[in-house]
Design a protein around this ligand. Structure first.
Ligand code: SF4
Ligand code: SF4
Length: 240
């Protein structure tokens, strides 16, 4: 039974505890950041090799009322991962899926992908997640804290969340919890929805339209989480 993280954005206060806990667990260095001025408290401005998790801020006006949305962005650990499917076309087992947890993991072999192959893998991800450490050549992203899970602990981000916005457990339990929270929130937030719950193991519960969070809040493809490019590449893959 794969593991799943449920992120209930209605409970997120954008404290960024999860963002920092992720950096601490993975011993990632600080970035040089800067204040971008009015309009966003997001910092840094995007995912990067030192930030596998990023709390995105967005602001929009609706009938004269200002709405702030917070979105703790990270890899969704897709059930059938387009990044892995694309990577397997070039180097088998450079990107693997843990059979027990369902986590999609980038191995040291990812440094052998060429620049063009990396760009193709990145483009295949419907959520714009993979990044490359230019110093080491390794591809990087959230690991679901697979090492912690195998030692009986939840991911560091989940452990750090003070509001209960992040929950972790067996997929069937998290899907049940997501559906129950959705039904509850729908009463006050008619646009509430679950982002691609059948395809991913990091499920977001949104209370606003996905486009009011950020461009990649839901998969940017018409065929589930697999991009058109990746779908065609998979069809062209030789049978084994
Ligand atoms: Fe790969 Fe992107 Fe899916 Fe994460 S969200 S498993 S990087 S395709
Ligand atoms: Fe939101 Fe929880 Fe992350 Fe804080 S720790 S930003 S409340 S998800």
């Amino acid at each position: 039974m794969p593991k799943t993280i449920l992120i209930d954005t209605s409970r997120c206060t954008a404290c960024r505890g999860c963002q920092i806990a992720c950096k601490e667990w993975h011993e990632l260095p600080a970035n040089k950041t800067y204040q971008v001025g009015w309009g966003s408290h997001q910092n840094p401005q995007d995912l990067n090799p030192n930030n596998y998790k990023l709390v995105r801020f967005s602001e929009h006006l609706d009938d004269g009322v200002v709405h702030w949305n917070f979105f703790p962005d990270q890899c969704r650990h897709c059930e059938i991962a387009p990044c892995k499917e694309t990577g397997d076309l070039y180097i088998e087992e450079a990107i693997v899926q843990d059979e027990k947890t369902g986590a999609i993991l980038y191995t040291p072999k990812t440094k052998d992908f060429s620049k063009e192959q990396f760009e193709e893998i990145k483009d295949a991800c419907p959520y714009n997640i993979p990044r490359r450490n230019e110093m080491s050549g390794l591809m990087v992203k959230c690991t679901m804290c697979n090492d912690r899970i195998h030692n009986g602990m939840p991911p560091a981000c989940v452990k750090s969340c003070p509001t209960g916005a992040m929950q972790f457990g067996d997929r069937k339990d998290m899907v049940k919890l997501a559906q129950s929270r959705l039904a509850h929130l729908k009463k006050d937030w008619p646009n509430a929805t679950l982002a691609d719950p059948d395809e991913v193991n990091v499920i977001y519960l949104l209370i606003d339209k996905p486009e009011n969070y950020h461009e990649f809040a839901v998969a940017q493809a018409n065929i589930g989480p697999m991009s058109k490019q990746q779908f065609l590449a998979t069809l062209a893959r030789p049978f084994k």
